[in-house]
Design a protein around this ligand. Sequence first.
Ligand code: UGA
Length: 429
Amino acid sequence: MKLTIIGTGYVGLVTGTCFAEVGHHVICVDNDAAKVKLLQSGGIPIYEPGLEELVKKNVAAGRLSFTNSTAEGVKKSDVIFIAVPTPPQPDGSVDLSFIERVARDIAGAMTEYKIVVDKSTVPVKTGEKVSETIKRYCKAQVDFDVVSNPEFLREGFAVGDLMKPDRVVIGVRSQRPVAAMKEVYTPFNAPIIITDINSAELIKHAANSFLALKISYINAISILCEAAGANVEQVAHGIGLDERIGRRFLNAGIGFGGSCFPKDLSAFIKISEQVGYEFKLLKEVQRINSEQMERFVKKITDTLWVLKDKKIGVLGLAFKQNTDDVRMSPAIDLCQRLQKEGASLRVHDPKAMDKAKSVLSNVTYVDDMNDVAEDCDAIVIATEWDEFKKLDLDRAKKLLSHPIMFDGRNLFDRAEMEKRGWVYKSVGR
Ligand code: UGA
């Protein structure tokens, strides 16, 4: 099929590339001229495992191209996906101005029937607004359909999630676009769910909020475990084997972050408020999440006492492993809290150091994780990168003034660490 994706952020670029990989012809549009130039020359603006090779392969095969021109994308394709940012506003609601702008641009370029698909995360009823906008700004009398098709990929695992989705949700107002949408997704061999547009939009916020709730639930259990002398990982394993619960997203730690969960929770609370329901459960999810960070900082100050003039080595800056994304990163938040207490920091992240530099200053960026502990009073693990498990613990012990580790992601075995002579504090065990 001929497809256009507007917006080459995480969602747009990975979606476009995976559509090309299964044989569709894809045009990716972005209004950032520098980004388009970079992509045209074979460069990738984000770190996402497996993406670069896939982009190169599909560009070479002639199935994937990049342009600045929305009009070109609209003219040359049957289905146009909107994948532009929907950033939060100060009151927690969503800024839909990019979506509105794109809807107008699409309308201005439409001369025949098109399917306009919203992939960005948007509040329920946005589809209706997009539809009204296109109708208003379309010069000719042209038929079109608006479809909601939320994306469920995780950063760091985006290619895998897209190539093998758990489900594909397609929200429609009429049957007309269904066959084409099914054709887009048939190569992915996933269950396809057809719903109305409002339900599809709600599924996205409901799914992300539920996952955030799951994390806050296990973080609350971690507090109980610490108080009662139990181990949160054993509890997570014990409850997670119940298929109705599932073990995934039951990792206790310093809380969730990133560009989706915090934003989507606030938006969902706001949306609920607007339709007359106070979603107190989700407010509690937010509260537990921020309390989890405060409790972790307290653990550090309880042990090291005064942080002024202390040096701390921090492993991890990205909001989670396998990404260079530091937006709303709990690791960055933690670093800033430690700085506020007067600590000086040596920090390392396998992929996120460049991006961290714009939000975290007055720290020493260290290239090798095994050097981070040099002259430090303690090490802190802030992101769940697998490679941190390979930290040279004997060397770290020699470099530190005292062998103290605060493991905010439960990467190490507590008994083993204590046997090796570490003062080891983790979460919920
Ligand atoms: C999340 C959802 O998982 C995706 O399904 C969704 O498509 C995406 O948001 C989106 O709306 O675009 P993502 O933000 O990439 O994906 O990251 P997650 O893997 O969900 O992790 C989010 C945060 O939760 C991270 O800070 C991570 O460290 C934390 N987390 C995750 C935990 O603290 N414990 C866990 O057990 C799992």
